[in-house]
Design a protein around this ligand. Structure first.
Ligand SMILES: [Zn+2]
Ligand SMILES: [Zn+2]
Length: 50
């Protein structure tokens, strides 16, 4: 599963134990990446075409 925002894999993001159920990972660890929160690409599935 890749981040919708930066397209890096979930393993590249810091695991988050915060209460927000939708957010499982924190910021991205890739040096050249400024992504601050993992965004699950679930909502990207066909919904944008509707
Ligand atoms: Zn990233
Ligand atoms: Zn990301």
């Amino acid at each position: 599963m890749n981040c919708k925002r930066c397209h890096h894999i979930s393993d590249a993001h810091i695991p988050s134990q915060e209460s927000t159920s939708l957010v499982k990972f924190g910021k991205c660890l890739v040096k050249t990446c400024f992504c601050k929160q993992f965004v699950e690409p679930i909502e990207a599935i066909d919904d944008e075409l509707i």
